[in-house]
Write a protein of this length. Sequence first.
Length: 523
Amino acid sequence: MSNENIGRLKHEQGNIRGAYGVWGTDELANGSAAGAAVPGFGGDVDTLFDIRYNVAKTREIAHLAWDALRQLYGQGLGDSWVGDAHVAAKQAAQALFTDIHGLTDPMRTLPDRIEQYALIVERSGHTDGYAVESLNNVADEASRMTALGFLPDLSDYDGDKMAGLHHQAMQAIDERVNTHESVEDAGRELSSVLRDQAGHARGRRLQGSPMSALDEVVLAEAGNSWISGDGAILTLAQEERAAAALNGLSDADRQRMMQMIGASASPEQQAYLMKMLAAGYSVDDVAKFNGLIAAHGDDPKWLAEHLSPFQMDANGKNLTDGKQWNDFEGAQWTQGQYPTCVASSTVAARAAVDPLYALELTTGGHPGDPAYDNPSAFADRLRAEQSQVYDDGRGWMQKMPLIGSDGMSNDQSESIANEQIGTHTGTSYSNVGMDDADARYDTVPQIEKAVDEGYPVPITTRNDDGGHQMMIVGHQGDQLQIYNPWGYTYWISEDAFAAGDISNGEPGLPGTPTSVRLPQEVK
């Protein structure tokens, strides 16, 4: 089944509606025949039920492993070091526990969802088949009342019979259109569920690195919590880039890197060192960075506050006003009262993928020094950086007195996304317009894939008063998490996105999505 087939059915639906009376016999015959000839939808019911059984069995087996690990963890484990990264045994068990839970929990509802789709396909297949038979019958009967291919055969024409055939054909073609659209909607819903679960079925992706498999799991799950829903420090894309970077080092640099990881005070500190590699920094840069954060390596809260701009709540359910305010010791990550939404959202996005950049903004490169490491100094540095990115990204005519204009275009947004974000994620962005609800709906899977992998997605919105840029930074189920450079993140549904209003009731916030900048990897 495809949109093309539904379009063909709707075309013949229009033809059949107009095919009535003595001069409509040929149109009714042709429209009914063409409507019957449109292929049915795919989906083998037996195969779908086999998939449902295999998914349920896979989860059952994995859950046994999860339960065995849970019992082992509950018995209490010591602090003995294991692996090349010198992680504590209890930390390794907790990481494995979280990893297996992340793989199995998303599969919990899948068997039932696949079964529901199989039953819809089965029922709809029967309904569609009956409608095809009915249309073929109408085509045969109407053609008997047609002469010379297009003229009514007055000797065989029966007005009451023609009216009955027209009614029969209308019912049948309406049934086909409705059935195909229902199956398409059900398929889209299942596809969305599978896409969502795939995004959260997070297995370790540091495979192939020089570290042991256990170390890879611990680093990949650092910062992650299956209880609170807090996200891991390393995104999927960063894990792959870090593993590749580690493999590409010289023996001496790899040994230095492993020594830093082994001497780290926590898996969180280790993960931020790997994040530096993923962001494209040299081992010398990683060593300097490690020297700046090592005194706080055993303090995950300090690391998160100083090295990440977004406080990524799990799903927004615990927010009293629908917003998660993002701040550094009370000073917000915000554009303030300036027309720098493009630059400000890009600065925050870069800070999310580049821990050294984040540390420079929060501490000025002097962590622990009260003259630099304080909210007021952070706010000044943030404002200066936003202004710099804004000024560098605009054309000279925009800066001209009297004839210039505020803000930045989508093309300029694409350029600074490539310069500020793409440089540290190994991707390049390109602008994708969304002119209507269908375009927005069709773009959602690409957006979700991008943020699931760990790529921030710039989004332009508009209302009657003008435009705004925000950043899509998270995805959970049918919800997208958006960073508004007014200083907070919030959640909106896929349906709200497709419908064209993601303002979430915020006064003055332009809410209609008109374009996004997508990384090439997910286009």
